[in-house]
Design a protein around this ligand. Sequence first.
Ligand code: HEM
Ligand code: HEM
Length: 246
Amino acid sequence: MNAKATTQYDERAAVTGTDEKAVSGGKSIKSVYVYEAPVRIWHWINVLAITTLCITGYFIGSPLPTMPGEATNVFVMGYIRAAHFIAGYVMAIGLVVRAYWAVVGNHHARELFTIPIFSSAYWGEVWAMFKWYHFLSQRPNRYVGHNPLARLAMFGLFLTTAVFMICTGFAMYGEGAQMGSWAERAFGWVIPLMGQSQDVHTWHHMGMWLIIFFILMHVYAAVREDIMGRQSVISTMVSGYRTFKD
Ligand code: HEM
Ligand code: HEM
């Protein structure tokens, strides 16, 4: 392959994730290092934070009707809210660090933050994966980074909702932290934008169900791909290496 063809090949691979050169270049190449440690560590910390946020958030929205014991000795809702706010900080700071890693990390670290909307090759691969997930094709393609459909969901469903949850969450947090607090100054504008405080609560609550929808699809797809796909998936988010089965 001449130099120009190689460059075009690399560019296509970076956009679509189909790096045939990396997986079929030689029999000896079976594994490719994809997700660097900060991406993997962030993923699993983020899973813990979001799980905590969903459980505690649900109870903030639908508190237990009654608690046994003397009211002054019971601080359950206080602990639930404290856990929510700590996990909220972990999620928000984690996303900022993850965004920094998208700048300094490898090109797979950037996939979460960008969608190559003008690339027909990318949309072709999205369609191919759509058919594979809907049992309309016999065989999936092989991808080194995220598969293109997963990338669309991670950007369009997870990232945008996560940013929305952070903005609305800290807007409400700023109300409790009072006028002049950093949260009120940075995110206070969200409340009049949505109407009033209760509207922010409602939209923040709806955001939770959108994130839960993403998690259901995401975990189902990860387990299904691990079993039916042509490459390792869950272990890749642990070790960083994508191993090809064929
Ligand atoms: C709260 C739950 C979860 C959320 C919000 C979440 C979110 C994400 C996000 C945003 C990515 C993209 C990572 C990046 O590019 O930096 C990702 C990748 C990934 N997640 Fe999760 N995740 C969750 C739970 C899980 C669970 C329980 C599993 C395992 C069964 C899992 C397996 C994976 C795998 C294997 C990848 C990489 C997929 C690939 O190689 O293309 N995730 N997840
Ligand atoms: C995936 C992320 C998150 C989920 C699923 C989530 C979920 C929820 C839910 C369901 C509620 C109850 C809303 C209602 O019905 O009134 C809530 C309230 C709240 N959340 Fe979150 N949240 C998330 C992120 C955050 C973040 C990042 C912060 C920032 C600190 C935050 C701060 C708050 C605050 C201040 C409240 C109101 C507490 C109260 O009124 O007692 N949330 N959250």
